[in-house]
Ligand binder design. Sequence first.
Ligand code: SAM
Length: 222
Amino acid sequence: MKFNIITIFPHIFDSYLNESILKRAQKKGLIKIKIYDLRKFTKDKHRKVDDKPFGGGPGMVIKIEPLVKAISSILKLKTKNQKLKTKIVLFTPGGKQFDNETAINLARNYDNLILIAGRYEGIDERIKKVLHNSGLKIHELSIGPYVLTGGELPAMTIIDAVSRQIKGVLGKRESLEEKRFGIGMPVYTRPEIFIYKGKKYRVPKVLLSGNHKKIEEWHRIK
Ligand code: SAM
């Protein structure tokens, strides 16, 4: 799976995507992450990526020209490898709520995601028509019912959640546990009894029993 991120803040991604499981997945070649600085697709000397909104309003809007150029250049790379199935993801707080099912669907059906991180008041709306008229499918996704300052965290959220669905990204144990017991399973580790301000906090007895059948049952009803 290749993730292409279009952003005006390319350094935001440096730490998160280069640690732990995602770092390992990139080293193994299971995922590729490429970051495109939108400013590099501008022509003017100030590298302007935003402008005032028509109709007035306090914020700025991401301009359409550099964005179309950035997307076209990513798609050109794609033509070298015709087999790639591409989806363009536009982040917006008003989009379809991203969930684990969407992550599974993206991981199974696509191998080239173009993630567009908005900023300010958002992106010139015409981008949707341009992409649509070019025969490209876009997915407008929200990562939750709140407004963030930009689409960079949503992009990292999707990369993380989708990567976990790609075979080999998680260790055998991690992926097995999730499949067996589902999402949000309560977990415990040593010590068996944790004492805080005179109170004892114990691990559920069944987990210490060694009885695997009972432990599985306990997980299922949790
Ligand atoms: N006034 C805009 C609106 O109502 O859509 C808010 C724009 S927000 C400040 C700037 C950018 O952050 C958006 O274009 C989008 O890319 C991203 N963003 C903010 N919240 C988001 C969310 N919950 N899910 C996905 N993207 C989000």
